[in-house]
Design a protein around this ligand. Structure first.
Ligand code: GAR
Length: 209
């Protein structure tokens, strides 16, 4: 059984997709051990509570400095004894000590086709604004392992989504979530839980079904 921690900052629709997929059996061999938010008002925490999943808020505001916040976050993850950390809209930079400790055991969902519209400054709606400003016709989402860079780790799954005339950042964000994020994030967890993903020479190799 893969024990996962889901880290969130906001609405938690990706968390919901993961919880639903576990309940429906689309994700197998997996238990959501804990949900952690850096923001006490995140609706994601309520979603976890409604589903009876242990959850807590660890906010940088409650600690004297960043180092103490990082220690508290790591302590909570260690205590929950998780095998995989899932960043589902977690808008906090992950400390290097956590990346080293959980090498190839942290995954993130990014709302574009990496390496386009990613890296520092590209998060949330800003990604979709960038897409619309550039006028690309196809965007999408990427699920990847987290390394020391921003959105630079091995890519596990990607899914393309059409950009349509008249799209606003919000409309596009919703389509990318519905048609890509909520599908590939649960799928990546299921693949990992069933031993179908390995990292070789810095690239993720996904076993075909
Ligand atoms: C999602 O669109 C996710 O891809 C994005 O934040 C949103 C969280 O939504 N993540 C990033 O931009 C990471 N760079 P949610 O809280 O409803 O799942």
């Amino acid at each position: 059984m893969l024990r996962i921690a889901v880290l969130v900052s906001g609405g938690g629709t990706n968390l919901q997709a993961i919880m639903d997929a576990v309940a429906d059996g689309k994700i197998t061999n997996t238990e959501i051990a804990t949900v952690i938010s850096n923001n006490k008002n995140a609706y994601a925490l309520e979603r976890a509570a409604k589903a009876g999943i242990p959850n807590c808020c660890i906010s940088p505001k409650d600690y004297a400095d960043r180092a103490q916040f990082h220690e508290a976050l790591l302590a909570a993850l260690d205590e929950a004894q998780v095998d995989l950390i899932v960043l589902a809209g977690f808008l906090v930079v992950i400390p290097e000590m956590m990346i080293r400790k959980y090498r190839n055991r942290i995954i993130n969902i990014h709302p574009s086709l990496i390496p386009s519209f990613c890296g520092t400054g590209y998060y949330g709606l800003k990604v979709h604004e960038g897409v619309l400003n550039r006028g690309v016709k196809v965007t999408g989402a990427t699920c990847h392992f987290v390394d020391e860079g921003t959105d630079t780790g091995p890519i596990i799954l990607q899914k393309a989504v059409e950009v349509k005339n008249g799209d606003t950042p919000k409309i596009l964000q919703q389509r990318v979530m519905e048609e890509a994020e909520w599908i590939i994030m649960p799928k990546a967890i299921d693949l990992i839980a069933n031993g179908k993903v390995k990292v070789v020479d810095g690239k993720a190799i996904v076993e075909e079904n």
